[in-house]
Write a protein that binds this ligand. Structure first.
Ligand SMILES: Cc1ncc(COP(=O)(O)O)c(C=O)c1O
Length: 412
């Protein structure tokens, strides 16, 4: 008989990296509810509830606010592969790893990708985006809101109106910011956006919220081709090219999430339960209160790190509230610190990618883990681990400075 291995017994970690984070117990509870069939009216009722709840989280009136089954990049891929026809011009402002991911997905969908770049740790001024729009006249601009690889948040409020002026659609990857930083989809004139649950929504990865407006629907309409085996009588075939992916075909997902309830994939029931609870938790707290909590806890972390004599990475004015990059001091082995945090304190923090690999650590303060106690514990463990690795911060300074930020906010 083959080996059965032991019972699953993952160690209790405090996940303070750039995501995933610890899942809110309410979400875990929701995910243990009984299965339902995907056409059970109770279940389709939950699908409608998801749409209503997620519209509020996205701050949009978009009818099409639903879930793609898969991690955040599944939602990104669904939007890009459905919108892009081979030869379409797509403009991607790249300031980190996830901008590069958008290029890669758009290229695979056959786009003629045009890139503008800025150094990792900085963001784009709207003028640069406008110049590129004027020059390239893209069909679509694909931008990242919070790029966790650099910890920078691209200001987007002026980009949407610019895209409208140059008749381009705007897609935003909000994987790392939805529920943690302000991102009003309609107000900022974002045409489509995608996210995940595992950052600022307190959930596990595996379900990806998306929203898109009627401008996107109009672009998709000619590409509506229903799978042969389920095509109802009397529905005309679209005249545009078939979308290259069946799984990520947005018009078919719309048929499934609309009153037509045309079968597509078997909806991931457990993930949908989890997503529903994530949205309820965020809305119960209130989005403004949630953004303020992320800003406060992020600030406390930054002050704590500074008091330890550490440098904060990047353009601090545009730093994400929920992820902080820390310059690894000269002579310190960054990977050893990460291992020490995990082995001695069971706390996970992250390193970074590409040009920042070995140069910065990243600490996340998101959703369920965006808490005073989690930050104070992390700072205390970080101080001790750094000492083991040859960097001595003034003892207690990090925790004290972070506590001072919390005390000041409690007193205000
Ligand atoms: C900004 C951003 N976009 C996309 C992704 C990809 O998400 P996933 O790993 O859920 O596919 C991540 C994951 O860290 C991210 O931070």
């Amino acid at each position: 008989m083959s080996e059965l291995f032991g019972d699953l017994n993952p160690p209790p970690r405090l996940l303070m990296g750039p995501g995933p984070i610890n899942v809110d117990p309410r979400v875990l509870r929701a995910m243990s509810m009984p299965m339902l069939g995907q056409f059970d009216p109770v279940f389709t009722g939950y699908m409608n509830e998801i749409m209503a709840l997620s519209r509020q989280v996205w701050r949009t009136g978009n009818r099409w606010s639903l879930l793609v089954d898969g991690t955040a990049r599944a939602a990104i891929e669904a939007i890009l592969v459905s919108l892009i026809e081979p030869g379409d011009r797509v403009l991607v402002p790249v300031s980190g790893r996830f901008g590069q991911l958008l290029c890669e997905i758009a290229e695979r969908a056959g786009a003629e990708v045009r890139v503008i770049e800025t150094e990792w740790g900085t963001v784009f001024e709207p003028d640069r985006v406008e110049d590129a729009l004027r020059r390239e006249r893209p069909k679509l601009v694909a931008a990242v809101h919070g790029d966790t690889s650099t910890t920078m948040a691209q200001p987007l409020d002026e980009i949407g109106p610019l895209c409208r002026r140059y008749d381009a659609l705007l897609f935003v990857d909000a994987t790392a910011t939805l529920g943690g930083m302000k991102l009003p989809i309609d107000e900022w004139q974002i045409d489509a956006a995608a996210a995940g649950l595992q950052k600022c929504l307190s959930g596990p990865s595996g379900s990806a919220p998306i929203t898109f407006n009627e401008r996107v629907v109009e672009t998709l309409r000619p590409r509506h081709h229903i799978e042969r085996g389920i095509r109802p009588e009397g529905i005309a075939e679209g005249e545009g090219a078939q979308i290259r992916s069946n799984y990520f075909d947005l018009p078919m997902l719309m048929d499934y999430w609309s009153e037509m309830r045309l079968n597509h994939h078997t909806e991931a029931t457990t993930m949908l339960y989890g997503a529903r609870e994530c949205f309820r938790i965020a809305l119960q707290e209130g989005l403004e209160a949630r953004f303020a909590r992320h800003a406060l806890v992020g600030r406390a972390l930054v002050e704590g790190l500074r008091a330890m004599g550490l440098g904060i990475f990047g353009d601090i004015a545009n730093k994400m509230a929920n992820v902080t990059g820390i310059a690894i001091p000269d002579g310190v082995d960054g990977d050893r610190v990460i291992r020490g945090m995990l082995e001695d304190f069971s706390i996970e923090i992250g390193t970074s990618f590409g040009p920042l690999r070995g140069k910065i650590w990243r600490i996340g303060t998101m959703a369920y883990n965006c808490r005073k106690d989690a930050v104070l514990t992390t700072l205390a463990a970080f101080e001790a681990t750094l000492r083991q690795c040859g960097y001595s911060a003034p003892p207690g300074a990090g925790v004290d400075a972070a506590l001072a930020v919390f005390r000041a906010s409690e007193a205000a």
